[in-house]
Design a protein around this ligand. Structure first.
Ligand SMILES: [Mg+2]
Length: 181
């Protein structure tokens, strides 16, 4: 499958004040290993991430590249590979359809990887991740890390179901590896 991962709150700890430097990127335990496990079973991994910190002028593209270099290295050390990191830099007040809940980044990824929506799954921690995945017709997993528990507690609209809920990325990967989609 094509596994599309949200970044903050799924792979690394979410920060209310944004991840603005490599030092602020703290991986969630087991996340890099889970990605490696998926890769080892032939799944392909891309990240689709809203990074309004760019549009807000908090960090520049170079700083984001440095943050993502650290992320790539951590996954590589675990034996996995993130094939692409697709970013929506839009500020919320100037959102395009690339910014989740828009489906733009997911559609780009499926086109790039030549993968159909039924063979694609989005793993996220926010309602807008699920909304983007629904709009793109992908399968949907909500992790309880990051904003995940709050997202679940606030309620997931019936129109977004089915949504599989997993404790964390490692559990989500287990579900995918079981061939549940
Ligand atoms: Mg997130």
């Amino acid at each position: 499958m094509l596994v599309l991962l949200d970044r903050d709150g799924v792979i690394n700890e979410d920060r209310a004040d944004f991840v603005k430097s490599p030092a602020e990127l703290v991986l969630i335990p087991g996340a890099a290993e889970a990605i490696a496990e998926l890769c080892g079973h032939g799944h392909r991994i891309a990240i689709v991430t809203n990074q309004s910190c760019i549009g807000r002028g908090l960090i520049g593209e170079e700083q984001l590249d440095a943050i993502h270099a650290k992320l790539h290295n951590a996954v590589r050390r675990a034996g996995g590979r993130i094939e692409d990191i697709i970013v929506a830099p839009d500020a919320p007040w100037a959102a395009t359809e690339r910014r989740k809940p828009g489906p733009g980044m997911l559609l780009e990824a499926m086109q790039k990887f030549k993968t159909a929506a039924r063979e694609s799954v989005l793993v996220g921690d926010s309602l807008r991740d699920l909304q983007a995945a629904k709009a793109a017709n992908c399968h949907r997993i909500l992790v309880q890390t990051g904003k995940g528990r709050a997202t679940q507690a606030a309620g997931i609209g019936a129109e977004l179901l089915p949504v599989h809920v997993a404790k964390d990325l490692a559990a989500a990967c287990g579900f995918i590896l079981e061939g549940r989609f």
